[in-house]
Design a protein around this ligand. Structure first.
Ligand SMILES: [Zn+2]
Length: 98
């Protein structure tokens, strides 16, 4: 667990972000990600397989909106605390529940 494990995927940063986030999710199926990472009120923690985004095999785009990913939820909690001095909300979907 380290901040160096944190990866940011967003089509506005890297043209290949869509392929990269799918590859990362396939390698890290027990990993985690943040949605709305720039919005203090909306930032939320999910598991990779959460149906919020649908996991790496989703037919919907995954990188159109910025996502911050890590194999370890604590990395993403710390990342959020450093930016906003609070923890991210946890997704409450039954399949997710990080
Ligand atoms: Zn979720």
């Amino acid at each position: 667990m380290a901040q160096s494990d944190v990866k940011i995927f967003w089509i506005k940063i890297t043209a290949t972000a869509e392929d990269e986030i799918r590859a990362w999710m396939r390698e890290n199926r027990s990993g985690y990600y943040l949605t709305h990472p720039d919005d203090e009120k909306m930032i939320q923690l999910h598991q990779v397989e959460c149906d919020h985004a649908g996991g790496p095999e989703s037919t919907l785009p995954l990188a159109n909106y910025k996502k911050v990913c890590s194999p370890y939820p604590q990395d993403l909690i710390e990342w959020t605390q450093e930016r906003f001095s609070k923890e991210p909300r946890r997704c409450h979907r039954r399949i997710c529940n990080p």
